[in-house]
Design a protein around this ligand. Sequence first.
Ligand SMILES: [Zn+2]
Length: 94
Amino acid sequence: MATYAYRCDSDGPIEVRRPIGTAPDTVACPSCGGPSARVFSPPMLGLADRGRMAVIDRAEASGSEPAVVSSPPPSRRRAPAARPDPRTRGLPRP
Ligand SMILES: [Zn+2]
């Protein structure tokens, strides 16, 4: 079952539940009995978070139009200095 949206000119929006693919172009308004035309709306786009949508768009664009960079991004923290292993202290250094 799916919910289809219709709009009556005098009574406003109407929702009708029917099996998928069986929605007629018009239904009779349950209040006045007049013909109500089907309304099409984009699914859930108004509820999407703008920041999240920007991240998704950027991720999708990187597949076909990757951004070219000339250097790696600046590191925020430095890697800890490697401690010399006492077992190899006496070996010559490169
Ligand atoms: Zn109506």
